[in-house]
Design a protein around this ligand. Sequence first.
Ligand code: SAH
Length: 366
Amino acid sequence: MINLLDMDQTALSEFFAEIGEKPFRATQVMKWIHQLGVLDFDMMSNLSKALRQKLKAVAYISIPKVILHQLSEDGTHKWLLQLDEQNSVEMVLIPEEERHTLCISSQVGCALDCQFCATAKQGFNRNLTTGEIIAQLWLAEHVLFSGMNQDEEFIPVAKKQRTITNVVMMGMGEPLTNFNNVIKAMRIMLDDFAYGLSWRRITLSTVGIIPAINRLKTECPVSFAISLHAPNDDLRNKLVPINKKYPIKPLIAACHDYIKGEQHRRHITFEYVMLKGVNDDPNQAKQLVKLLRNLPAKINLIPFNQFSQSDYQCSSQDKIDQFRNILLQGGLVTVTRKTRGNDIDAACGQLAGKVLNKKKNLTNTL
Ligand code: SAH
């Protein structure tokens, strides 16, 4: 049996060819699933009865179960999704006036051990499948944010407006070490027969897996963010240990390559978590200016979000402002990211799916 959510349009067309059907069935089925939110083959009224029976025999559509929902004082939502008996992930939705941003997870835990990240402390369990990645967008778009109960019978209505306007691959995990599944899921996000999001509205954030950055450019060039966090190798080796394998110089070269020849791909975002007394010195800001000044770079300063297993502290507001001013004076577009959902552990680096170990807390709040 095959989960149809695991397939982008190309894979779905091949699948239909294999079962002796016309490839255009792929776009019909994609519309039902991703645009209309329909999971029941019997409701796909432009497919013949015979084809619906055939599909039921060989395929299914599976969506993770929502086991916890939390709503922050600032309006940020966090959901815990159960993937299987051992594994759950979190996803976060940040509603703003002009846009709704969904923060999607790509792995259960993370193998990269960044020193200031709660997900890293969990260790790594497994990659998410394409279906489990795109199901997060499906759930946010069709069920959760429209206030429906996941168990209610679903009556499809053509929606005039999209709920989710922006996707950030910034949840649990390192998306570029789950390359194939992430790419396929992003292709579904971009597909006009599915979510039709522009590449500008999908941002993939990575620690900087250089060979995968090069592949991303050719296979699915979406907006792009690098978790830099330090202006030199000595410090980055400590904070982001994968830097020993992919150091700053070749990483910056890969960034240059990523935007080369693409006038419309305006900038690369660099994320920089502000850690008190570690990476927030004015001299480090000056080093950062030198490092990035030849790139169309945008710097996102992220105030460090505290979590229980970490001794790091967040830089003071004064320090962050001073750091930001040096970058601005150096000609770098710099913004300080507003912390969202802190009260429900939904902020950057706080996602851990920690409820899974405390079974008594599992409630179906929907
Ligand atoms: N693995 C990818 C995707 C995660 S994105 C990456 O590293 O880019 C999550 C962002 O939040 C990353 O920039 C990460 O470095 C940052 N982050 C991690 N822990 C944090 C914390 N405790 N406080 C603030 N930002 C954090």
